[in-house]
Design a protein around this ligand. Structure first.
Ligand code: GDP
Length: 367
């Protein structure tokens, strides 16, 4: 059809019907001077490579392809956001393949936190979700800790298979790939950027291994149940931690509230005076107030004093999560994409308000 327009970024045939399908462009954007599909528009807008899988079906399809290929899987997780690192459908789709977990961002934990304990916790957590990793290697892709160990572990376990690197967005997969490329001393020509999946325009980086096999990077998987999804790229740095976390301790009486920027509200409704330890990005502003004043403070200051987000109107409404802890053991209240609040051995009633769709949960304390 000569009428069909094509994206000037990737060449795909454009369509205005289904925003979730490849090649989508809003009708009114067709008259622009440069016509780009939604994905290419995003890439230009954010100025980065097509490293994100937007379409849930496409990534499930990709997991199936990996399963069929009988590859070796390196699953990159964020130690600071394990809940947000989980890939829905992972166990069901690739549970039979060998999986190595590269547990990233270990530098965020103070040295007092025992590394073996973190490793054990990741082993256990993965197992509960149906993945039995061949090994868990703690790394910091950014600082350059454990890169050599990951590469050695891959060679040790992969048994002449192709290697597929998978992970949700923001776990540090790109940073790790770049570290591996540096260590492997490959020239750009040796790295192949291809579109191995027909019908998609996503690039996958393929790094040649010694036995004519490849290490294949796959686009990051978006998880919409993380608070970080609601933050604009420029604001991410105050939400996603970069430096070793300095836990912030709040001694609260009941009927007091903490605001985590303008993203989450934490009400201590009932219980004895006790401490709550916040493991959040050091840059995230925490505001403390009385519960009875909380609504007013929120309405007045959200988007200003209480930020990010600078533009709260773009967020879904807050949803309340009621949490009763019996106080039998120390518990973390986990807010995916943000961090967690550690509670002690006290009975406590807490209400957490987070953007609708956020997967707020609890777990036995990890620190
Ligand atoms: P991807 O979406 O999984 O490819 O993640 P990126 O590689 O783009 O990293 C996401 C964010 O996490 C970036 O802001 C990185 O600077 C940061 N990051 C990546 N690796 C580490 C790490 O080992 N430690 C810390 N503290 N931050 C990291």
């Amino acid at each position: 059809d000569s009428e069909t327009k094509h994206c000037e970024g990737c060449g795909i045939a454009l369509q205005t019907e289904d925003p979730d399908q490849a090649g989508y462009i809003p009708e009114q954007a067709l008259t622009r001077e440069v016509v780009l599909c939604k994905r290419c528009f995003r890439i230009r807008h954010y100025g980065e490579m097509a490293k994100v899988e937007q379409d849930p079906d496409a990534y499930l399809h990709r997991l199936d392809e990996i399963a069929r290929s009988e590859g070796f899987v390196v699953w990159v997780v964020d130690l600071f956001d394990f809940a947000g690192s989980w890939i829905p459908g992972l166990a069901r789709r690739i549970g039979n393949l060998p999986v190595l977990i590269a547990a990233n961002k270990v530098d965020l934990f103070p040295p007092s936190v025992k590394r073996e304990r973190l490793r054990g916790w990741i082993f256990q957590s993965a197992k509960k979700l149906g993945i039995r990793p061949v090994d868990v290697v703690l790394i910091s892709a950014e600082v350059g800790i454990g890169i050599r160990q990951v590469m050695e572990a891959i060679e040790f376990y992969r048994d002449h298979r192709d290697v597929y690197m998978i992970g949700t967005t923001n776990v540090g997969k790109s940073t790790l790939i770049n570290q591996i490329l540096k260590k492997a001393k490959l020239t750009e020509k040796e790295i192949i950027t291809t579109s191995p999946y027909p019908g998609t325009t996503l690039d996958a980086i393929r790094i040649p291994l010694e036995d004519r096999k490849f290490l294949v990077d796959t686009p990051g998987i978006v998880r919409e149940d993380r608070v970080s999804e609601w933050v604009e790229p420029g604001e991410l740095k105050s939400v996603i931690p970069h430096k070793t976390i300095k836990p912030r301790v709040y001694q609260l009486n009941d009927q007091q509230t903490l605001f985590f920027g303008g993203l989450v509200r934490f009400d201590f409704v009932r219980g004895n005076r006790q401490s709550f330890v916040c493991y959040l990005s050091n840059q995230l502003y925490i505001h403390r107030t009385k519960l009875e004043k909380a609504d007013e403070v929120w309405d007045k200051h959200r988007g200003k004093l209480l930020s990010p987000p600078k533009r709260p109107d773009n967020l879904p409404p807050l949803k309340k999560h009621v949490i009763h802890l019996k106080g039998e053991k120390k518990t973390d209240i986990v807010i995916p994409g943000l961090g967690w609040v550690a509670c002690g051995k006290n009975a406590v009633w807490v209400e957490v308000y987070a953007p609708e769709g956020t997967g707020v949960s609890t777990r036995p304390s990890i620190i």
